[in-house]
Design a protein around this ligand. Sequence first.
Ligand code: ADP
Ligand code: MG
Length: 139
Amino acid sequence: MIQKTLSIIKPDATERNLQGAILKMIQEAGLKITAMKMIHMTRTQARSFYAVHSDKPFFDSLTEFMCSGPVVVSVLEGENAISSYRQVMGATNPDKADPGTIRKTYALDIERNSVHGSDSPETAEVEISYFFSQLEMAG
Ligand code: ADP
Ligand code: MG
């Protein structure tokens, strides 16, 4: 099944100039980039994006981190793109991520873990429309 998913290259990665390296791993996995932009979220935007985690102890720290620098948001498309991208990303905690994954290769810790990817078709749709208008979607 061809799906779309939302990817974010997080501030810890843009800070270290890793956008190109991470996009290369995404493309080498066969995922196609069909929309992309670099933005710097406000605190309000970061808190709204991660609202599902608002009751978690790490919510304030996570959202401060997510608005601490620029991010690259993109729409990825491909066969089973949602689970396929989550495999390329690796586990949330880089200590538990498989070798060769983005997080194992680049994440600094469980919070500053370099990338975000949607976790279901429903969240992918909500997250894509949070960042992109129809006009910005190439494919
Ligand atoms: P994922 O990004 O793998 O889907 P979650 O949705 O569970 O993971 O969490 C969202 C983000 O919150 C993580 O990517 C990470 O940046 C941060 N996070 C998750 N768990 C923790 C934690 N225990 N401590 C600090 N930050 C966390
Ligand atoms: Mg998640």
